[in-house]
Design a binder for this molecule. Structure first.
Ligand SMILES: *Cc1c(COP(=O)(O)O)cnc(C)c1O
Length: 230
């Protein structure tokens, strides 16, 4: 299967039913990304700042780049001028740094708050209580150059569909609750990003409206080792 035909098939399950498809292109070459681009894809996700910056410089300017991986505060400055969405905000400290660099670039940067829903304790993100605490924090409320557009979560890496389904259900309930309590009048708070290649069908059933899909589009990744652990 080609990248174009993989995308075509996926679009029927996602964009055709109102779910945004983010093509996760981490570790993939510029020519592979251009194959997806030629097939009409414009939204791409990356999880490594240096790779993201290099690709954004080399590739067409109408690509919308999403940062989907853990972001270190000292790297925010490199992506703040152009990033379309930071989907992996996991602390107030990071949000303040994004706000600072967004202001410098004269921008308001769209962000998703990452919620910890998996069983593994290696994943990043807020738990429910931390999320509520953040949304009530005066320091958070004062940030004017970040716009919270929704939530993101990664389910457990398991074959047990019941576990995955329960985790996505929990995130959807949390999303609805947060929307009603904190963003009732804010139309922009509407993104629920959950689902990747292995679990996007379950995620969509449970109410996801943004899926982040890599290997189903581009094929398996060869694992890359980075020097700085980011
Ligand atoms: C790599 C990655 C994906 C895509 O994973 P696939 O299994 O290749 O679809 C989605 N979300 C995040 C946060 C990722 O790091």
């Amino acid at each position: 299967m080609s990248i174009a035909s993989n995308l075509e098939a996926l679009k029927l399950e996602t964009e055709a039913v109102g779910v945004q498809l983010v093509a996760v292109s981490k570790t993939k070459s510029n020519s592979e990304i251009m194959e997806a681009y030629a097939a009409g894809q414009r939204v791409f996700g990356e999880n490594h700042v240096q790779e993201l910056v290099e690709k954004a410089e080399a590739l067409p300017k109408d690509i919308q780049w999403h940062m989907i991986g853990h972001l270190q505060t000292n790297k925010v400055k490199y992506i703040a001028p152009f990033i379309n969405l930071i989907a992996s905000v996991d602390s107030l400290k990071l949000l303040k740094e994004i706000n600072k660099h967004a202001l410098k670039s004269g921008r308001v940067i769209d962000c998703l708050l990452q919620v910890y829903i998996a069983e593994e304790d290696t994943k990043f993100g807020f738990d429910h209580a931390e999320l509520i605490e953040l949304l009530r924090d005066e320091e958070f409320i004062a940030l004017k150059n970040v716009r919270i557009c929704g939530l993101m979560g990664i389910a457990s890496n398991t074959d047990n569909e019941k576990v995955i389904k329960a985790e996505f259900y929990e995130l959807k309930m949390l999303f609805d609750g947060i929307k009603a309590s904190f963003f009732r009048k804010e139309d922009y708070f509407k993104i629920l990003s959950m689902g990747m290649s292995s679990d996007y069908k379950i995620a969509i059933q449970e109410g996801s409206n943004m899926v982040r899909i890599g290997s189903t589009i581009f094929g398996k990744r060869v694992i890359k080792h980075y020097k700085n652990n980011d």
